[in-house]
Design a protein around this ligand. Structure first.
Ligand code: LLP
Length: 429
């Protein structure tokens, strides 16, 4: 059952009152009536609670929380946490600009990614970000050249691939030996030797990010221990490390998973981190945003075939791709609960012309009929952010609730938006 994690239940402001789903103090039904479906719906207080809980859990170590913008880069959502002191982990110029627009000071921005272009490196250098998380030797050399041209020193942390299996979906593991990310563990010291030999590079830190939706503590601790074990050798080389960036990756409850609580995570890694005397950077994405948002969709048809019963809804895989892409489980419940005892086995599917367009397969859900509203939970992270216009479908609205009020924080796209960058050659006009 959803929200089995008691701590999350307290923090999440999506609750049933008299069998009607509320987001904070307003019924989801009422919002749907005004904005139409489908839409993403976020709770201001849930988001802020999540950020504050994360920040507080690490009060024992000097740290910066750099929220991973890729999880959800909506301007208003980013600004809510930026106003509360949250930094940013960005991976593109778009995310860098978004973080600045949200009000994040450059000194709280780290730039990740394994394929940063010369243009991106130059723009971020000009901005004066805290650190580049450098992925490879060629990136170091390119950054050095660009920094030299601009007469600047580029602050860097090397991303270290600790070769640890985080036990998550294979698409979400990033620190395996065969992963494309970072410096192979046994080549890290050579990476640092290169970095200090380059005139326009300033070594500031080390970085790891071993994967996402991680449900155990051990992979984090094992990986961190490997990083920390390098410190004496680096010291011998005369290289001081000011920052250890431990990445993101803490899992959340989608169904009945029991991810480590923030307190457990903090208890496991804080002593290790404290001993190093380094400042710490965290890059959480999902744990901040995931359960701060849901997607609301309406049942278009209920269709019976000889094999199955299909609940066809007005949202599709272009709006929320996680079930199709990772076989991810998202809880689905009616916005108005009627007869909870009567559940039927259905596939909840979208209108896209692909068999992979589904939100649930062979799932026991409440018996719903055409016109009913469904809530797809835990959709705040990697939901809207991964949506597209596939099948020429306008991307859906994003709505923010604060107390009794709701605000459109991204308008539903219209047909004209989708064609706005197209051009027709003269001979076709
Ligand atoms: N830092 C780096 C360098 C990352 O690559 C990521 C996520 C994060 C931090 C944040 O990780 P989180 O705390 O959210 O686990 N689209 C997938 C998730 C891909 C995550 C990519 N990197 C999904 O829908 O599950």
């Amino acid at each position: 059952m959803l929200f089995i994690n008691a701590k999350l239940m307290i923090m999440n402001k999506f609750n049933y009152i008299n069998n009607k789903l509320y987001c904070e103090d307003i019924s989801v039904d009422e919002i749907a009536g005004e904005v139409g479906t489908p839409f993403y719906l976020y709770s201001y207080n849930t988001l802020l609670n999540h950020y504050r809980a994360f920040d507080k859990a690490f009060s024992q170590v000097e740290h910066i929380v750099c929220y991973a913008y890729k999880a959800n880069s909506n301007l208003s959502l980013c600004r809510i946490i930026a106003n509360d002191g949250c930094g940013a982990d960005v991976v593109s110029l778009g995310e860098l600009r978004r973080a600045l627009d949200a009000g994040v000071p450059p000194g709280k921005i780290v730039f990740n990614g394994n394929g940063k272009t010369a243009g991106e490196l130059e723009a971020a250098l000009e901005t004066g970000i805290l650190m580049f998380i450098v992925d490879s030797e060629p990136e170091l050399e390119l950054l050095d050249k660009i920094a030299g041209k601009l007469g600047k020193k580029a602050p860097v942390a090397l991303r270290i691939n600790p070769a640890i299996d985080p036990g998550t979906h294979h698409h979400l593991a990033t620190g395996l030996k065969e992963s494309k990310f970072g410096f192979a563990f046994d080549r890290t010291l050579d990476g640092y030797r290169l970095a200090v030999s380059l005139e326009n590079i300033e070594v500031k830190g080390m970085h790891m990010h071993i994967g996402s939706q991680i449900l155990g503590i051990k992979p984090f601790v094992d990986a961190l221990e490997k990083l920390v074990s390098l410190l004496p050798s680096l010291k011998k080389l005369g290289i001081g490390i000011e920052y250890i960036d431990v990445g993101g990756g803490i899992g959340i409850t989608y169904r009945d998973e029991a991810p480590p609580t923030l307190a457990e995570y903090a208890r496991a890694v804080s002593p290790l981190l404290k001993k190093t005397g380094c400042k710490v950077i965290f890059e959480p994405g999902r744990v901040i945003m995931g359960n701060a948002g849901i997607m609301v969709t309406r049942v278009t048809h209920v269709k019976n075939t000889s094999e199955k019963k299909f609940v066809v809804v007005d949202a599709g895989m272009n709006d929320l791709i996680r079930p199709s892409f990772y076989d991810a489980y998202h809880e689905i419940m009616p916005v108005s609960r009627k007869n909870e005892k009567k559940k039927v086995k259905v596939d909840v599917v979208g209108p896209i012309c692909e068999s992979g367009d589904y939100f649930a397969g062979d799932r026991m859900v409440a018996d719903v009929k055409e016109g009913d509203l469904l809530a797809i939970f835990s959709a705040g992270a990697y939901g809207f952010a991964m949506s597209s216009n596939y099948n020429m479908r306008p991307r859906i609205a994003e709505i923010l609730v604060k107390g009794k009020s709701f605000y459109t924080i991204r308008k539903r796209e219209v047909y004209e938006d989708m064609g706005s960058n197209e051009a027709v050659p003269g001979w076709l006009e």
